[in-house]
Design a protein around this ligand. Structure first.
Ligand code: ATP
Ligand code: MG
Length: 246
């Protein structure tokens, strides 16, 4: 198995005021293999976004190691092979998708003609071709979310790290994004996503881990895990692991 991401003993805590600390990720271990879709699942506050930010390099962990594409710690070149969809995307409202993506492409130092082709390609992929020249401030939440996915895919990254990719999408939008992720998997891209949409995660993830309070409670192949507890759906499995709900 070729490993794209390996996290060893990751520990992250935040300053929580009055000199106190909040342990958000507690000695966490996780591995993502090339070509798979890996789902990071857990209730609100479990630590999913914190793990993702540590992978991207947006925060500095107090302990542990992160290895990307086999290098520890990851280099700028390694991190450049990641496409990242943040949990909350903020855009310049006065730009159009085309202008925004041109700006991101320039930041990534993409070749100009390649950039123009990629802009058309990714906007088509997320079904925003007709809105290419429309101001982003007129976009609905779901359109903004799909634009976020387009920017994550712009530089044709090897590894997609998507924080809640289905958030704010209607059923049609969810189907579209699911199709895009399946296409990427066919291209042998690797995807790590966090999600509360367990029915979506069930349809696309090869491997999952269920985390809570900064720790992984369960990890493994989707089918094996659901079968292990004799549950008929990921949602029921999730609730049985977390110990909540029906
Ligand atoms: N900047 C911060 N400062 C202090 N505490 C934080 C900060 N960001 C997150 N936390 C805390 O760390 C814990 C993990 O938060 P995180 O955002 O990683 O959870 P999550 O699993 O992504 O939740 P959600 O499903 O709501 O997005 C929570 O208890 C949260 O309150
Ligand atoms: Mg989060």
């Amino acid at each position: 198995m070729e490993s794209i991401l390996k996290i060893t003993n990751l520990t992250v805590s935040y300053a929580a005021g009055f000199g106190r600390k909040k342990l958000a990720v507690d000695n966490l271990n996780l591995e993502v293999a090339k070509g798979e879709i890996f789902g990071l699942l857990g209730p609100n506050g479990a630590g999913k976004t914190t793990v993702i930010k540590a992978i991207i390099g947006l925060l500095y962990p107090q302990g542990g190691e992160i290895s990307l594409f086999g290098s520890t710690p990851p280099t700028v070149v390694d991190r450049g092979k990641i496409g990242y969809l943040p949990e909350v995307s903020t855009y310049y409202w006065f730009l159009t998708p085309e202008e925004l993506l041109k700006m991101y492409g320039k930041i990534c130092r993409m070749d100009k003609s390649e950039l123009l082709q990629r802009i058309d390609y990714v906007l088509n992929l997320v079904d925003l071709t007709n809105e290419k020249k429309q101001l982003i401030r007129t976009f609905s939440k779901g359109m903004q979310q799909r634009l976020g996915l387009a920017q994550a895919l712009l530089h044709n990254p090897e590894f997609l790290v998507l924080d809640e990719p289905f958030s704010g999408l209607d059923p049609i939008g969810r189907v579209k994004v699911r199709k895009v992720l399946k296409e990427l998997k066919k291209e042998n891209k690797t995807i790590l996503l966090s999600s509360h949409e367990l029915s979506e995660a069930e349809l696309i993830c090869d491997h999952i881990c269920v985390m809570n309070n900064g720790k992984i409670l369960k990890t493994g192949a989707m089918e094996e895990l659901i079968g292990e507890k004799g549950q008929e759906s990921l949602e029921r499995y999730f609730l049985s692991v977390i110990g909540g709900g029906a």
